[in-house]
Design a protein around this ligand. Structure first.
Ligand code: ADP
Ligand code: 3PG
Ligand code: MG
Length: 401
């Protein structure tokens, strides 16, 4: 590791500002999934064991510079206290006299949690004055917020100008795993991309590195259309259309192998309600169509049974697999089978498996495959940008060893 890690610093008797990514899903004020809180424990415990006191800081949601009580980190602080087995004092803000007092009063072993950093617009602006105020609370800075490492914000990057910085154990692990996939994977290396978010940069970088590229989910229809097939009412990402054509010609000779769905599950557009939350409408037809025979009035919502077998065969011979984005509309149980099948193939395989992306991770956890992968990334956007080959600002800002 080129950058300083928390293992390179002596935190004894020091107050450490630890930027974590506790941006967890909440429902009616309770935490739906505490994976990100648990993922920070090795760093926090290590610092406490070595005699530090901690100032934990995070954003939650996108309050856009305003105080939104429903985005308070208070429930998160309570859960952190339970997981650490020691009290975590929740502060009412992240800067200001009260917070400064609390920081001054810290003794080794104490933990405080700052209130949502994004209640201040200066956080996302990367404001230097604000970063300096945060830095003023502590003696050392540790960045363990992998999920926010692609953000150039006051607490994720700018603060490193004002305090001796290092990366936490979670960031170190994530970087190690993703670097292994990009730089020194066991081969064959297979990438599986799904979901609906445009993944242009990732596709461009991965197509140069992988032995096989599997495309499913909403991504697939842009490729099918680029091949000249009719996709009916399926999602089309116009911005990725030319790129998809480029990738089709780049892979025309089979290096890397490009696997697209040969059949898909289709329904009529009124069969899926997208707003306010994704739901299936009962009583509308669902059937399987060959990829070259998608009816004009229907949309693809999952990969079909033949495609599941095709993908399973490729995964079987892989030695390293990186997966981002679900194979279908996994919010709807009927359209989860393609994702389940890919998860099962990975669970059965010997390949080193890395999975990232908020929605696909949530889906595989829900399907009970959480423990079956070698690594689950705690960052969606961050892991995508890493796989694009970009240097993440939160990491770039840290000093070299
Ligand atoms: P991730 O969060 O795993 O990176 P994305 O955010 O890119 O994935 O995409 C996840 C979303 O993609 C889910 O909401 C899912 O319903 C949607 N999706 C998957 N397949 C399709 C499809 N065929 N048509 C429309 N939406 C799809
Ligand atoms: C995430 O959930 O991906 C991170 O916490 C970053 O959140 P953001 O996309 O609101 O910056
Ligand atoms: Mg997503």
């Amino acid at each position: 590791m080129r950058k300083k890690t928390v293992r390179d610093v002596d935190p004894k008797g020091k107050r450490v500002f630890v930027r974590v990514d506790f941006n967890v899903p909440l429902q009616d004020g309770s935490i739906v999934d505490d994976t990100r809180i648990r993922a920070s424990l090795p760093t926090l415990k290590d610092l406490l064991d070595r005699g530090a006191s901690l100032i934990a800081a995070s954003h939650l949601g996108r309050p856009k510079g305003k105080v939104k009580p429903e985005l308070s980190l208070a429930p998160v602080a309570r859960r952190l206290g339970d997981l650490l087995g020691r009290p975590v004092e929740m502060l009412s803000d992240c800067v200001g006299p009260e917070v400064e007092q609390a920081a001054k009063a810290l003794s080794p072993g104490d933990v405080v949690m700052l209130e949502n950093l994004r209640f201040h617009a200066e956080e996302e602006k990367g404001d230097e004055g604000f970063a300096r105020q945060l830095a003023g609370l502590a003696d050392l800075y540790v960045n363990d917020a992998f999920g926010a490492a692609h953000r150039s914000h006051a607490s994720t990057a700018v603060i490193a100008k004002f305090l001796p910085g290092s990366m936490g154990l979670l960031v170190e692990k994530e970087v190690e795993v993703l670097t292994r996939v990009l730089e020194s994977p066991e081969r064959p290396l297979v990438a599986i991309l799904g979901g609906v978010k445009a993944k242009i940069g990732v596709l461009q970088n991965l197509v140069k590195r992988v032995d096989a590229l599997i495309i499913g989910g909403g991504q697939a229809y842009t490729f099918l259309k680029a091949k000249g097939l009719e996709i009916g009412e399926s999602v089309l990402d116009r911005d990725s259309f030319e790129l998809a054509k480029g990738i089709l010609s780049q892979t025309a000779h089979g290096k890397p192998r490009l696997l697209l769905p040969t059949d898909v599950v289709v329904t009529t557009p009124d069969g899926v309600e997208f707003e306010p939350s994704i739901k299936r409408v009962e009583g509308v037809p669902i059937r399987v169509a060959a990829s070259d025979a998608i009816p004009a009035d229907m949309m693809g919502v999952d990969i079909g049974p033949e495609t599941r077998k095709l993908f399973a065969e490729e995964i079987k011979s892989a030695k390293c697999v990186v997966w981002n984005g679900p194979m279908g509309i996994t919010e709807i149980p009927e359209f989860r089978e393609g994702t389940r099948s890919v998860a099962q193939s990975l669970a059965d395989s010997e390949a080193y498996s890395v999975i990232g992306g908020g929605d696909v991770v949530a889906a595989v956890q829900q399907l009970g495959f959480g423990e079956k992968f070698n690594h689950i990334c705690t960052g969606g956007g961050a892991s995508l940008e890493f796989l694009e080959g970009k240097e993440l600002p939160g990491i770039a800002a840290l000093p070299d060893r």
